[in-house]
Design a protein around this ligand. Structure first.
Ligand code: NAP
Length: 324
């Protein structure tokens, strides 16, 4: 193997390239699980955390479906526990984001904002970003009534009326969280049947603060200094109405964070990385785990499992090339 791994502990300035056996991009459940497993395999993993340590789960109020936490666990607390466990075995977390990668040959070159890396193996766990509605007013009023995170912004809507757009688990979970603050939550869904799981549906239907507008989508978000209302179109009747509201919380799915790998790794038509059952991406030595490669399950537990699997296979890969 062409890597010189003797100076692993030397930190570098911006121009130098720090050599690492395993570089993990992203610090959500997939990234931190990969860090735990590669650290326990003595591979001294380095994790570039990205802008949000813990990824999307750090913005989640409560995780109730991760085994081992019968009463649920707060998202930020869970991230702290994942981090602590990975660091205990020697993982290094660096607050940085990759801005450029070169996967054309090994070791892979990764440029961060602060440091550059040469990685024997790369595990990509960059997750996904909330999708926008792309309607007039959305960008202009983001932060002034339009939000993609109830945990972050719910407090600003104390005793106010808000709408939640979407019919999936996120829409209902975040909508139910907003009932702590807002006086009413109106879920606007484009069909007459929710995509969300039954438990969340039952809770939402039983909550007197939660109302529904069916078969409708938001065509415009209206307001100058702050959100005043949303324009809605009923998809069955074509009727247009204006619904007054103080806030618009948008939960209509996610877009994978894979722009960095365009033309270097195979992706599906929606931009999710294509991997095999060993989490191997289309370049040997590159792995992907969690939402960046999983449009289907997207659970903390499945992402953590994928991260562990990627780590185990990355270890086997590094073993195989060091014995070449
Ligand atoms: P999702 O399941 O993809 O749901 C997106 C929702 O937004 C759908 O109801 C969809 O409508 C609607 N939608 C999509 N594009 C739209 C548009 N342009 N305008 C209006 N509505 C639009 O996304 P998610 O709720 O973020 O969940 C993502 C994944 O995370 C899922 O696998 C989910 O199970 C998981 N998750 C789980 C939990 C939990 O277990 N507690 C919590 C949060 C998320 P249609 O239904 O008509 O397609």
């Amino acid at each position: 193997m062409e890597l010189n791994l003797t100076d692993l502990s030397t930190s570098s300035n911006h121009a130098e390239e720090r050599q690492v056996k395993v570089l993990i991009l992203g610090s959500g459940p997939a990234g931190l699980s990969a860090a735990l497993y590669t650290a326990r395999a003595d591979l001294d993993p380095v994790v570039l955390t990205g802008m949000e340590l813990g990824g999307q789960v750090s913005l989640t109020h409560l995780v109730e479906n991760y085994p081992g936490f019968p009463d649920g666990v707060g998202g930020p607390e869970m991230v702290e526990l994942f981090q602590k466990q990975a660091e205990r075995f020697g993982a290094t977390l660096v607050f940085d984001s990759a801005v450029e990668v070169d996967l054309s040959k090994r070791p892979f070159r990764v440029k961060g904002y602060n440091s550059n890396y040469l990685a024997g193996s790369l595990i990509i766990t960059t997750g996904a970003t909330p999708r926008h509605l792309d309607v007039p007013g959305e960008t202009e009023l983001t932060g002034r009534g339009v939000s993609y995170c109830a945990t972050c912004d719910g407090w600003f809507f104390k005793d106010k009326d808000v709408v939640v757009v979407g019919g999936g688990d996120s829409a209902l979970e975040e909508g139910l969280f907003l009932t702590r603050y807002a006086s009413s939550i109106t879920v606007i869904h484009r069909r007459d049947e929710l995509r969300a799981g039954q438990i969340l549906q039952d809770r939402a239907f039983a909550n007197s603060k939660v109302h529904f507008i069916w078969d409708s989508f938001v065509t415009e978000i209206i307001g100058s200094e702050a959100v005043d209302s949303v324009r809605l179109k009923n998809l069955k009747t074509g009727e247009e109405t204006v619904h007054n509201t103080d806030g618009v919380f948008i939960f209509v799915g996610h877009t994978p964070n894979t722009q960095l790998f365009a033309d270097q790794l195979e992706m599906d038509e929606r931009g999710y990385l294509i991997i095999d059952k060993y989490m191997r991406a289309s370049v040997t030595g590159v792995y992907a785990a969690g939402e960046v490669a999983d449009p289907h399950f997207r659970q903390v537990i499945t992402s953590a499992g994928m991260g562990a699997a990627a780590a185990i296979d990355a270890g086997r890969f590094l073993d195989s090339i060091s014995s070449e």
